[in-house]
Structures are given as C-alpha cells and as structure tokens.
Design a protein around this ligand. Structure first.
Ligand code: ATP
Ligand code: MG
Length: 258
C-alpha cells in the first residue's frame, strides 16, 4: 500500500544557520521559495515570467496554484522540478537548498524528492502501464524486481492493476493520468508537482484524478497542483493565486474537511 509517511527521507545536509541553532528544526517545510525570478530572452523583448515569488509549502500540505494564462505557473513548477534554473532567488526542497547544488546533485535531488505530473501524460505507448511505472522506479535506482513490485503496488493502490499489461493507448484519459501519477510516485517523492493534471480530462476523469490526489494527501503526500478549475482547486487545502509573475493572497479551502 502506498503510504507517503513511510518513505525513508534522506537527512538533509544542514546549512550553517541550522547547525548553529540550539535545537535544529527536525522537519523543515517541504518547499521554501524566496525571491524567485526568471526572465526569458525572447526575440522581441525579454519576458519577465517570475518577478519575485515567495512560497512555503509545509510537509503533507495540498496546495492549488491558480492564475491566468501566462502568469508564470508552469515556469515556477519547472524551476521547482529542477528542469530549469532561476535567475535569482532560492528554492529549498526537503530542507536542501537547490541553488548551491551542482547539476549532478540537482538531478539527484530531483530523482529522489520530486514527482512531476503533466497535463498530457507523456506516457510511452509501446510499453505497458506497468512498464511505464517500473521504468521510473528503475531510473530512481530500484533493482528490476523491486521496480516491478513497486509499480504493481502503485497501480494496485491507484485502482489500475487490471490494466497493468495494457498500453496507455488503450486506456481512458483518467486512467492514463492515473498511470502518469503512479509513474510520478515511483521514486517515492517527498514533493509531488502537477501542472494542470486534469486539464485534458472530461469531468469524470478530472474527478478520478482529484480523488486520487485527495487520497494521497491523506496518507501524507505533499502536493503542489496547478489548475484552472475552481472545482479542482477546492479539493486542496489552500489556494495560492499568481498574476504577472508574483503570488497574490492565499485562500484556505474546505478541502481538508471533506
Ligand atoms: N521557453 C520560453 N521562452 C520564452 N518565453 C517563455 C518560455 N516559457 C514561457 N514563456 C513566457 O513566460 C510567461 C509565463 O509562462 P508560463 O508558461 O509559466 O505561464 P502559465 O501561467 O503556465 O500559463 P498557462 O496557464 O497558459 O499554462 C508567458 O508570457 C510565456 O509566454
Ligand atoms: Mg502552464
């Protein structure tokens, strides 16, 4: 059974300020973003996609990120996932400051701590659902037998075991996204990032995926999810809003009580 609370978390290397404190905080927030800036050099004029983003996500929190198209949501997730580097600012994941890491160590942190779900699944159609998930576990360092077992376990938890041998091409949109979520969980990430995970789904598929995220949140998974849907966002504990590259006020939702 998938249980995010049982994941063995690598002890973060404390920075000097933490080491100097009399009682170091045993559990830093899962994600701390400070003053994050990113400008894209475009052909006409530079695009200031992030203009100083501050965000803290506690361990086990489920946060929805909303905002108009072009406000910088995907850019933020890409930086958090280590797919790109910020121009300025800091990102700490599981207590580890990423901007001081070499490319190799950043890739390792990403493999160990971050899971990423996209709008358009990006599954490999000539591999089965099980193989898609097992591959991610292999990349994260699991041995082949362990990777298969972990993939089977995840598909079982996500209600897809009977589809394990199918190509993703033969699955519904909601089922494909659940396979993609299983793949994102294959490295037992401490932080799950999702960029419009329900954006390409009909309302049934969206409900399936939201239900899954709610279940993962209940077992301790930290989730940051971008969505354009107020209904989907309402399933989160907290909604943060973005506009023109900065985060605006926060709204607590009733998702936690559901
Ligand atoms: N690789 C890139 N090169 C140049 N500009 C980019 C690049 N990626 C994003 N941008 C620009 O940066 C800004 C923020 O884009 P981003 O994709 O982060 O927005 P978003 O909030 O995710 O929008 P959407 O809701 O449409 O997905 C936009 O003006 C976009 O055109
Ligand atoms: Mg986007």
């Amino acid at each position: 059974m998938y249980d995010a609370t049982t994941r063995e978390v690598e002890a973060p290397v404390p920075d000097e300020s933490v080491a100097a404190a009399a009682t170091p905080d045993p559990a830093p927030p899962e994600l701390v973003v400070r003053g994050l800036r990113k400008t894209y050099e475009a052909e006409t004029a530079p695009v200031r996609a992030l203009r100083g983003v501050d965000l803290t996500v506690g361990r086990g929190e489920f946060v929805a990120l909303m905002g108009p198209s072009g406000s910088g949501k995907s850019t933020l997730l890409h930086l958090l996932a280590g797919l790109d580097r910020a121009d300025e600012g800091s990102v700490s994941i599981a207590g580890i400051r990423t901007e001081e890491l070499s490319a190799t160590r950043l890739a390792r942190l990403r493999r160990r701590h971050v899971g990423l779900v996209f709008q358009f699944f990006h599954l490999i159609d000539h591999m089965s659902a099980l193989e898609n998930v097992a591959l991610a576990a292999l990349v994260a360092g699991a041995k082949p037998a362990e990777a298969t077992e972990r993939a089977r376990d995840l598909l079982d938890t996500l209600g897809l075991l009977e589809k394990a041998g199918e190509s993703p091409a033969n699955l519904s949109g909601g089922q494909r996204q659940r396979v993609a979520i299983a793949r994102a969980l294959a490295n037992r990430p401490t932080l799950l990032l999702a960029d419009e995970p329900t954006g390409a789904l009909d309302s049934d598929g969206a409900a399936e995926v939201l239900d899954l995220f709610t279940r993962m949140h209940r077992v301790g998974q930290t989730i940051l999810m971008v969505t354009h849907s107020a209904d989907v966002a309402a399933g989160a504990q907290r909604i943060v809003r973005m506009r023109d590259g900065v985060l605006l006020g926060e709204i607590a939702t009733t998702g936690e009580q559901r």
